[in-house]
Design a protein around this ligand. Structure first.
Ligand code: GUN
Length: 283
């Protein structure tokens, strides 16, 4: 029997509806979740992502502002803007779109670390990542959180399960490893350049962050496993996952498609963090 397809679009619509209600309640208390996105330079794909984030914020009733800076912006100017946004009471979440262009790229860490951790809705700040490690209040990486929400949606019983995470970024692999561990999984975090098949073959849960199209095929998956594919590989005008869906769907128990799986959930989990930030910081 083919695997259950985990529908990210439907799940995102449900989360969006719940957030819209929460924002309605917050507005009654005089709090409108406010998100500032900062885009430096003219990369067209980044501009599309940023516009999409703004639209998702407005769709739940939030306020979104975009600061589109020119390619020749200096680090001082960028840090000055972040400082103003950190102090701006109508802004609860700040997002500096990566990658930064040209020379600014080498200041990426400095820029991300300058965002007030309470407004760091990307959850890239060391304070949020550190608090995740020690189990304190923090924002969760949006894709990592999307993965866990999708596992919960298909009622995965985490306790004692073996989860294999292939990929290790601070946005996906590392936080999701901690989140699964906290829920009682034994977690193996595997480098995507290593031979990951011996690990995925034993896994009850597989999370992929490979950046390699169709790299995980059906024969690398244990029958009945739950497979969450965060891959988004742009090939010949199409988005292709890390998992070879056609062979994997015959073996797995549940699986996310690409597109229409983690992608739609990812952006709404950013708005989830924004609403959390508004509740935390108030009006
Ligand atoms: N560039 C690509 N993805 C992201 C993201 O999730 N957050 C930020 N800030 N930049 C990105």
């Amino acid at each position: 029997m083919p695997a259950v397809r985990i529908n990210g679009k439907e799940m995102a619509a449900e989360v969006r509806a719940a957030l819209t209600k929460e924002v309605e309640e917050l507005k009654k208390k005089g709090i409108t979740p406010g998100m500032a996105t900062v885009l430096v330079g003219g990369a067209e794909d980044s501009a599309v992502y940023v516009r999409n984030k703004g639209k998702n914020c407005e769709a739940v009733g939030g306020y979104a502002e975009l600061h589109h800076l020119s390619e020749d912006t200096t680090i001082e100017e960028l840090m000055g803007l972040i400082d103003r946004l950190n102090k701006d009471e109508k802004i609860h979440g700040i997002l500096v779109q990566l990658p930064l262009p040209g020379e600014l790229d080498k200041y990426e860490k400095q820029v991300m670390n300058s965002i007030d951790p309470d407004k760091d809705i990307d959850a890239f700040h060391p304070m949020n990542l550190g608090n995740l490690m020690i189990g304190d209040q923090c924002y969760l990486g949006v894709t990592a959180n999307a993965c866990v929400k999708m596992l919960e949606n298909v009622n995965v019983d985490f306790k004692g399960k073996h989860a294999v995470v292939v990929g290790w970024s601070i946005e996906i692999g590392k936080p999701v490893t901690m989140m699964l561990f906290e829920r009682g999984c034994a977690v193996t975090l595997v480098h995507p350049d290593e031979d990951f098949a011996p690990y995925t073959k034993q896994a009850d849960i597989i999370i992929t962050e490979l950046g390699k199209p169709k790299a995980i095929t059906g024969e690398m998956i244990k029958p009945g496993a739950v497979v969450i594919d965060t891959g988004s590989n742009w090939i010949d005008g199409k988005t292709i996952g890390d998992v070879d869906y056609d062979s994997a769907v015959e073996v797995a128990g549940c699986i996310t498609p690409v597109p229409g799986g983690v992608g739609p959930m990812r952006i709404i989990m950013l708005i989830y963090n924004l609403v959390e930030a508004a509740k935390r910081l108030g009006g």
